[in-house]
Design a protein around this ligand. Structure first.
Ligand code: ADP
Ligand code: MG
Length: 550
């Protein structure tokens, strides 16, 4: 039987989606694969079908018990012999699973990482034939990912322990650093890489100023009556308050967060899937593995901590390909809250990286670049046109021919050796006589002072656009150092003209700068700048900025 026939006969689907077939064939042929595919893209089949085409049992590592159970149920319903092995099993059930395993009766076994890595279990695996090893939600292995799980780290040893078994790592969430980290940690250096486009053309991204959030939310919901959606909020308490308010308004809404009893959470999830609940108000605990195709909107009531989480969460909308909305209520107070949460936990390195990621999230909210281009740019994917659908495309900022300004920035980045953050690049451009510039001898560079005619804020706005559009790369894991990209050359050599939004920012009155242990670079002031910019727009247009609900 061919994989194509298995797709039809066992899973009941007519054709493969891009690039399922290639992945399946690669894995069947015994080669490692690294798969980056958006949520809902169809990653599971990429290892489930090879599991049926290779001898032995496929071992699938998955982080959540509920995820495993859903998948195993679905497989069993299709007549596939699959089971899971995790802490939710009673002793007798666990023994049954192991005996099935030893009798080679299973095609797939879903295992929690800590179970898999116990010496006892590994020993068992060496006694039987293994078809393949799949690591699902592989970003959990990376500290840079948004959902790090320490028990995933040890999975690196699998590649050495089972040298002849093909491995596949799958994730929907990977910026450049996380991507590299997964390959490193799982030792998949020879894996064939399948990177799908992250573009979700049917989702409209909108960012609005958070003013009276509950009113804004209710107005939004008025326009989405009877449509299913998710509202993400930061804290459990807020989730419950919002849900209660919506219920008061006659909306069929329910709260979901990790503090609720399992049973209740399960009921909410099931009712949502059945369309018995219209709106789930939830913390980030809600979502992984929720396979509901007709989610019409995802609202972020509070600022997500990073773009990965934001994109993953908004990606739960519109899986059926029909138009869907992603609305972010962006409030300045939320930045401080997010920052506080980040600074509370983790080791200093991780805190630093997370703060840089938060900055990237904040600069996404800046009203300069097509949202879709900015989002995709963050994942290293360049879109060569504006999407025409996001709030900024529908209500574009003023633009100008920024080729010359961009050339100044890019050449300055080059001159300082691509080893500094934006703040330093701006200091050199503007001819700052700051100590650091002088110490480094950067006042001798040919680009020193070539941008003295414009404020730091303007340069900051231009640099952020160049990053969003892929003309610069900002390494958030490495002090947000700014580097050139392949696209930079086309601008530097004059092959390409650039049109950018004009960041017309007045100088922000500087508060005394608190010296921070963590150098957050120029974005320290970005929040102020944004506030100012929005006020300006409001003054000019005589309306509150970015209120789309008029
Ligand atoms: P991911 O893990 O990438 O988020 P899933 O593997 O859960 O995605 O698949 C998402 C949905 O798409 C599931 O309902 C699945 O049955 C469906 N699906 C996957 N591949 C195909 C296909 N080739 N044709 C039709 N539906 C598919
Ligand atoms: Mg999946």
């Amino acid at each position: 039987m061919s994989p194509q026939q298995t797709l039809q006969n066992t899973f009941g689907f007519r054709e493969f989606r891009e690039p399922q077939q290639q992945i399946i064939e690669t894995l069947i042929a015994g080669q490692d694969c690294f798969v980056l595919m958006p949520t809902g893209g169809g990653k599971s089949l990429c290892y489930q079908i090879p599991a049926l085409h290779r001898q032995g049992v496929a071992i699938v590592v998955s982080p959540l018990i509920s995820l495993m159970k859903d998948q195993v149920d679905a497989l069993n319903a299709n007549g596939v012999s699959a089971a899971c092995y995790n802490s939710s099993l009673a002793a007798q059930e666990a023994r049954d699973v192991l005996s099935q395993l030893h009798r080679q009766q299973l095609d797939l076994l879903y295992v929690a990482p800590e179970r898999l890595l116990s010496p006892d279990f590994l020993e068992r695996l060496h006694d039987i034939k293994i078809a393949l090893i799949a690591v699902d939600e592989a970003h959990c292995v990376s500290q840079w990912g948004h959902d790090f799980r320490p028990e995933y780290v040890q999975l690196g040893q699998l590649r050495d322990q089972f040298p002849d078994t093909p491995m596949i790592a799958l994730t929907a969430t990977a910026d450049m650093q996380t991507r590299q980290d997964i390959v490193e940690r799982l030792r998949l250096h020879h894996a064939r890489k399948f990177i799908s486009s992250f573009d979700r053309p049917n989702i409209r991204y909108t960012v609005v100023d958070k003013q009276k959030p509950i009113v804004q939310l209710e107005q939004f919901l008025d326009q989405h009556r009877n449509e299913a959606g998710i509202v993400y909020a930061l804290s459990r308490k807020r989730v419950e308050e919002i849900a209660a308010k919506l219920v008061d308004r006659g909306i069929v809404a329910a709260a979901y967060h990790a503090g609720l009893p399992d049973r209740q959470r399960h009921e909410v999830q099931e009712a949502f899937l059945r369309d018995d609940i219209q709106v789930v108000v939830a913390t980030v605990a809600f979502g992984m593995g929720i396979d509901k195709s007709n989610v019409r909107f995802v609202v972020h009531y509070d600022l997500p901590k990073n773009i990965e989480s934001y994109y993953q969460e908004t990606g739960r909308a519109g899986r059926d390909g029909l138009p869907a909305e992603a609305l972010l209520l962006f409030g300045y107070g939320d930045i401080a809250i997010a920052r506080g949460l980040i600074e509370k936990g983790g080791n200093p390195d991780q805190v630093r990286i997370e703060l840089h990621k938060l900055n990237a999230m904040v600069s996404y909210a800046e009203p300069l670049t097509c949202r879709r281009r900015a989002l995709l740019g963050y994942f290293g994917e360049t879109l060569d046109h504006d999407c025409g659908n996001c709030d900024l495309c529908l209500n574009p900022p003023e633009r100008y021919n920024a080729t010359e300004d961009a050339q100044k920035v890019l050449s300055c980045v080059y001159r300082v050796g691509q080893r500094f953050g934006a703040k330093h690049v701006i200091d050199v451009l503007r001819g700052s006589s700051g100590q650091r510039v002088l110490d480094l001898g950067h006042d001798k560079l040919s680009t020193y002072g070539i941008g003295a005619d414009q404020s730091s804020d303007v340069w900051g706005g231009l640099i952020r656009q160049l990053v969003h559009l892929g003309y610069l790369y900002q390494d958030v894991a490495n002090y947000s150092v700014i580097k050139l990209t392949e696209l930079s050359r086309t601008v530097l050599t004059g092959q390409q003209e650039l049109t950018l939004a004009r960041p017309r920012l007045k100088a922000v009155t500087k508060k005394p700068v608190r010296k921070r242990a963590m150098d957050l670079d120029y974005n320290e002031d970005l929040f102020e700048v944004l506030r100012q910019r929005r006020k300006e727009i409001a003054d000019e247009q005589g309306v509150p900025p970015f209120v789309v609900f008029s």
